[in-house]
Design a protein around this ligand. Structure first.
Ligand code: NAD
Length: 250
């Protein structure tokens, strides 16, 4: 019972692939009403037992409308996973460029999704949650937001560090409405973020960067999805929860 999510209304962004898909499918399988949002409609069509919602989180007005629509149709919004994110230039086999060399177009495009997109989502979700005086917001950060990483771009490490402190600020702010806000910080997981094709070289490199010696499988997020969407985490807020196979230890 402690991990019960039956009947809760859950919005997951970036639900069409990777970590978001794992979160959405896990919670749908456990009886939650899941609204799966992604800007890639073809990916959404592959999901089962969810309410598919085409959405680009970098569009603040669209995020507001989407949240209003969820609340209109389902009457409430219990849990939001602000998970959508990109990693441009990632196959992540080459060291990222130096600070005097990064492309400004890439910088802006990445912050638009990984920082602003998360802010739009948290902002929109807080409103109905304040009215109902409850809620759980979970942001997908990264170990790359907690330390320097030479294989990850400046834009990515900056965006992920930004969302970590967004989570802390929002957790303090929203606590009086009994809204909890937490971050998960994944280490390297096998998803489509590196551009799709499995890349043995990248896999070996990322696996070696982890104490457990391998990349994570998105299914290994199932427990955390249930933890944060259920009462099991009722006394957890403002936390940054690493799920990284010990990557931060090395
Ligand atoms: P993924 O590419 O497999 O899935 C991300 C999904 O987000 C895709 O379906 C994509 O279409 C969607 N998306 C991208 N931009 C969007 C936008 N503007 N609006 C709506 N949807 C959008 O990648 P993933 O690895 O599952 O990434 C999920 C989150 O996890 C990201 O925030 C990423 O930064 C983070 N993360 C991933 C890893 C990893 O190793 N895979 C590690 C740490 C953090």
């Amino acid at each position: 019972e402690v991990f019960d999510v039956t009947g809760t209304v859950v919005l997951v962004t970036g639900a069409g692939s990777g970590l978001g898909r794992s979160i959405a499918e896990t919670l749908a399988g456990c009886g939650a009403t899941v609204i799966a949002a992604d800007r890639d409609e073809a990916r959404l069509k592959q999901l089962h037992d969810v309410d598919a919602l085409p959405l680009d989180v970098s569009d603040a007005a669209a995020v507001e409308d989407a949240v209003s629509d969820v609340v209109r149709r389902h009457g409430r919004l219990d849990t939001v996973f602000a998970n959508a994110g990109i990693a441009r230039g990632a196959g992540l086999t080459q060291p990222a460029g130096s600070v005097d060399a990064f492309e400004l177009d890439d910088w802006h495009a990445l912050l638009e999704v990984n920082l602003h997109g998360v802010a739009h989502t948290v902002r929109a979700a807080a409103r109905p949650m304040k009215r109902q005086r409850s809620g759980s917001i979970v942001v997908t950060a990264s170990t790359a937001g907690l330390r320097a990483d030479p294989f990850v771009s400046y834009s990515y490490v900056v965006a992920k560090a930004g969302v970590v402190n967004l989570v802390r600020q929002a957790a303090l702010d929203l606590a009086r409405w009994r809204i909890r806000v937490n971050a998960i910080a994944p280490g390297p997981f096998k998803t489509n973020i590196g551009g799709g094709e499995p890349n043995a070289e990248a896999e070996a490199r990322w696996g070696a960067s982890v104490a457990l010696g391998r990349m994570g499988d998105p299914r290994e997020l199932r427990g955390l999805a249930l933890l944060f969407a259920s009462g099991a985490s009722s006394f957890v807020t403002g936390s940054v929860y690493a799920v990284d196979g010990g990557a931060l230890l090395q």
